[in-house]
Design a protein around this ligand. Structure first.
Ligand code: IPE
Ligand code: IPE
Ligand code: MG
Length: 241
């Protein structure tokens, strides 16, 4: 690895990023918020490229929360259009030599049919790829995810396929959108805010948090490298000593 500071063998397995600060980035420049989202989408592409290069296994990015529908319609539309552009680009490059697999986590039912179809196709393209898995959290909310899991388990109970005493943490994990994936080791939030805002609330039980004073559109691979460096200085105990 030509990169001296980030080595493949001691990388976190799973990194989560709350891509925050697009609106403020635009406001600082006197531009409408949608321009911040457009720059944010560019930063996202570069970070995916970088994560792939360093050999990360899982990256989960928070793109749109279940609460973000409260925003003006033109801003929501602009974000959805950017996501669609990203998907169209992925189709156009589907035969490129890449091992990156894109998945979407969240409540897809509320999205337009066109987006839902594109999401299905993107996920199909990624099947069988063994490199970096990118989870795009879209119409995602941790509380919504837990409700969804509980409903699925309740159905199993109703069908007699499980019993109350069989319900355990593993069963709950198996019904989350991230089923089968390791919990995030590191969660990064740029923009200066220091909260989860409903991101991976179950999975973050033992994550390390790194909050950074940079707006998402300005977030560069160097910031990620710095966050990984900070992560390496932490002492994770998981309740032990
Ligand atoms: C994050 O940036 C993108 C989404 C929530 C979709 P924001 O749009 O929240 O930017 P700020 O926090 O207003 O600066
Ligand atoms: C969290 O950011 C959601 C995304 C980055 C997609 P918000 O900007 O929506 O969070 P709050 O409102 O500041 O908590
Ligand atoms: Mg924000």
């Amino acid at each position: 690895m030509e990169n001296k500071r980030v080595r493949r063998d001691d990388l976190p397995k799973h990194i989560g990023i709350i891509m925050d600060g697009n609106g403020r980035w635009a406001k600082k420049r006197g531009l409408p918020r949608k321009y911040g989202h457009r720059e944010g989408a560019k930063a996202f592409r570069k970070i995916v490229e970088y994560c792939d290069k360093i050999g990360l296994q899982y990256l989960t990015v928070y793109a749109f929360s279940t609460e973000n529908w409260k925003r003006p319609k033109d801003e929501v539309d602009a974000i959805m259009n950017l996501l669609e552009e990203y998907m169209d680009e992925a189709f156009a490059h589907q035969n490129d030599d890449t091992a990156v697999r894109t998945r979407f986590i969240g409540d897809m039912g509320a999205l337009s049919i066109v987006l839902q179809e594109k999401i299905k196709r993107i996920e199909q393209i990624g099947q069988g790829r063994t490199g970096l898995t990118v989870n795009v959290a879209l119409n995602y909310g941790g509380r919504n995810e837990l409700v969804h899991a509980v409903q699925a388990i309740a159905e199993l109970l109703e069908q007699g396929k499980t019993a109350p005493e069989q319900i355990d943490e593993q069963m709950l994990c198996d019904h989350l959108y991230t089923a089968g994936q390791p919990d995030p080791d590191l969660i990064i939030r740029p923009s200066g805010e220091e909260r989860l805002s409903n991101f991976l609330i179950w999975q973050a039980a033992y994550s390390e948090f790194v909050f950074m004073d940079v707006l998402w559109p300005d977030f560069k691979p160097e910031h990620l490298e710095k966050a990984i460096e900070i992560f390496h200085q932490r002492h994770r105990r998981f309740g032990g000593i």
